[in-house]
Design a protein around this ligand. Structure first.
Ligand code: 13P
Length: 258
């Protein structure tokens, strides 16, 4: 089944890179167009750098996306960004439910669910993140937490839409710490998520949906993750900020390179 799913590697730049730094990255990112046939690559810069990064990547088969949206097409929402604005900048994807927004900005499953629905309504595909904190993990609650985030955050999404989007399993304790989950642990939780999706949204959606691992992914560990049957790619923070390390991760995500 795994062979049917194309690997997807996404860069989450978080609140890093000015416009000129984004432009330099796009210029430096070495790239063979043939790679785009093997791995889907998505770069999610800060909003301010979206245009310059999109312009720099045009024609290379690389996609780009936003890191958030507000669940409304437009309106009096000071400081927010709308799905229409992301579409206008050529975004294909949008990261939703990231743990930094859940924990630092207090986003609830219900609010994230509104965002997911609005993303689909505007033809943006969510990269939907779930993951447990260290405390939840130590309490043996990893599966319970991830199931809740999935079921509440994706409530009302049709199976056919779920099949097209991307799920990212990012254990909070592995984000930005240099301590990645072991590939065995990540595979176990990701297999569980796939099972939940099959039960709730149908077997077809469960088999088709691509599920990434995220949390301290680097060129040195990409192949171990990609060798796991249920892991279809990675969501990368720190190691996506340098063009050469991100390129190494993309190469390591090709099928057969593990
Ligand atoms: P790091 O790769 O820096 O651990 O960040 C992971 C992440 O949060 C990607 O969304």
């Amino acid at each position: 089944m795994k062979k049917l799913r194309k690997p997807i590697v996404a860069a989450n730049w978080k609140m890093y890179k000015t416009v000129s730094e984004g432009k330099s990255f796009a210029a430096e990112f070495s790239w063979e167009t043939s790679l785009a046939r093997e791995v889907e690559v998505v770069i999610c810069p800060p909003f301010t750098a979206l245009q310059v990064v999109g312009d720099g990547l045009k024609g290379k088969g690389i996609k780009w996306g936003g890191q958030n949206l507000y669940p409304s097409a437009e309106g009096a929402f000071t400081g927010e960004i709308s799905p229409l604005m992301l579409k206008d900048l050529g975004c294909t994807y949008v990261i939703l439910g990231h743990s930094e927004r859940r924990h630092l900005l207090g986003e609830t499953d219900e609010f994230i669910n509104q965002k997911v629905k609005v993303a689909f309504a505007h033809e943006l595909l969510p990269i939907f993140c779930v993951g447990e904190t260290l405390e939840q993990r130590e309490d043996g609650k990893t599966e319970e937490v991830c199931r809740r985030q999935l079921e509440h955050g994706l409530a009302g999404v049709k199976g056919a839409d779920l099949a097209r989007m991307v799920i990212a399993y990012e254990p909070v304790w592995a984000i930005g710490t240099g301590v990645n989950a072991s590939p065995e642990d990540a595979e176990k939780t990701i297999a569980f998520l796939r099972q939940v999706i099959s039960e709730q949204w149908g077997q077809e959606a469960g088999e088709a949906v691509r599920i990434q691992y995220g949390g301290s992914v680097k060129p040195q560990n990409i192949k171990e993750f990609m060798s796991c049957a249920n892991i279809d790619g990675v969501l990368v923070g720190g190691a996506s900020l340098k063009a050469d390390s991100f390129y190494e991760i993309v190469r390591g995500a090709r099928r057969g390179s593990e």
